[in-house]
Design a protein. Structure first.
Length: 286
C-alpha cells in the first residue's frame, strides 16, 4: 500500500457487546480471541467467520491471549489468569489487587513472550494507572507510572522498538526496546494525533512496521508509517473502534473491535482487507 488511501470496513460479526476489546489471533485454533470488558465475557470468533462463542466471567477482563504450549491467559481486573485447554482457570499473578477502583486494560505479549498489562481507574481519573511487565517466570514489574488510560501496545517487526499509548495524552510514544531483557529505553514522541478526531486506543503493527491505531469517538483506524506519517485510514460505521488485530492464515485481514456508542452504533466486530500482512501474535511463554 503506497500513498494516502481510505479503506472501508464491513460488519464481520454481530456481537451486541458493550465494550469489545483486546483482540488477538489464535493461529493454532484459527479463531479471534477478544473480550467484552463491561459485559464480563470472553468471546471467540471462528475463522473463516463462523460460530461466536461466549464465556461469562466473574469480573471484568480486558484481554485474552494464547499461551505457548496450549491454553491461554486472561488479563482480569486484579491480575492474570491462566486458562487450560479444558477451560479450567487459575490465577497466576496479582496486579493492583489492593486497588479495587482500578482495572486492567490493554495487554499484549512482546516478541519474546513476556506479557505487558496496563491499568486504569474505573472512573478514568487521571494518573491512577500504570504499565506492568509479567516475565516468563511470573514476576511482576511496574515499568511506567503514572498512567491515566493505558492502551495501545506493539513492537516493531525486529523487536527493537516498543510503541505505547496513554490515551488522554493524544499521542503515540515509542521506546527503544531491548528484546533480550524486556527493558524499554528512551521514551519519545512517535506522533502527535491531537489534530485527528477521537482519542487513540488499541493498535496493531504490520509486517512493514506500520501502526494501525483505533480512534475512540473517531470512527476510524489510522495507519502510520515507521516515520510517523499518516498514510491510510479505515472508516467504520461505528463511532467507537477500540482496537484491531490481523487475522487469517495470511494475516491480511484487519479485524476491529468496537464499543457501543450513544448513537446506537458499535458493540460488534468489523473487518477490512488490509492490503498488507500483520505480524504473528506472540503467545505468553510463562
Amino acid at each position: 500500500m503506497t500513498g494516502s488511501s481510505t479503506l472501508g470496513a464491513r460488519l464481520l460479526c454481530e456481537v451486541g457487546g458493550r465494550l469489545l476489546e483486546g483482540p488477538a489471533w489464535d493461529a493454532a485454533r484459527r479463531r479471534l480471541l477478544f473480550v467484552d470488558i463491561l459485559g464480563s465475557e470472553l468471546l471467540s470468533c471462528a475463522w473463516p467467520p463462523g460460530e461466536l462463542e461466549r464465556t461469562p466471567t466473574s469480573e471484568t477482563c480486558s484481554a485474552w491471549i494464547p499461551r505457548d504450549g496450549g491454553g491461554s491467559v486472561v488479563a482480569s481486573r486484579d491480575g492474570v489468569h491462566v486458562v487450560d485447554a479444558d477451560g479450567a482457570t487459575e490465577k497466576v499473578v496479582e496486579i493492583e489487587a489492593g486497588r479495587p477502583t482500578n482495572r486492567s486494560n490493554d495487554a499484549k505479549c512482546d516478541p519474546a513472550g513476556r506479557l505487558w498489562v496496563g491499568t486504569m481507574a474505573d472512573d478514568e481519573k487521571a494518573c491512577e494507572g500504570a504499565l506492568y511487565r509479567i516475565d516468563r517466570d511470573g514476576r511482576v514489574r511496574q515499568i511506567i507510572s503514572p498512567v491515566s488510560i493505558s492502551n495501545g501496545l506493539g513492537w516493531s517487526p525486529d523487536g527493537s522498538l516498543m510503541y505505547y499509548i496513554d490515551s488522554p495524552t493524544r499521542r503515540i510514544d515509542v521506546f527503544d526496546y531491548d528484546l533480550r531483557t524486556g527493558v524499554p529505553g528512551s521514551r519519545r514522541l512517535f506522533v502527535d494525533v491531537s489534530a485527528l478526531p477521537g482519542v487513540p486506543d488499541g493498535l496493531a503493527v504490520d509486517g512493514e512496521g506500520c501502526l494501525w491505531v483505533a480512534f475512540w469517538d473517531g470512527g476510524a483506524v489510522h495507519r502510520f508509517a515507521p516515520d510517523g506519517t499518516r498514510i491510510a485510514q479505515v472508516t467504520l460505521p461505528a463511532a467507537r473502534p477500540t482496537s484491531c488485530a490481523f487475522v487469517s492464515d495470511a494475516l491480511d485481514q484487519l479485524v476491529i473491535t468496537t464499543a457501543a456508542a450513544p448513537d446506537g452504533s458499535g458493540g460488534d466486530l468489523y473487518v477490512c482487507d488490509a492490503g498488507v500482512s500483520g505480524l504473528p501474535v506472540p503467545a505468553y511463554r510463562g
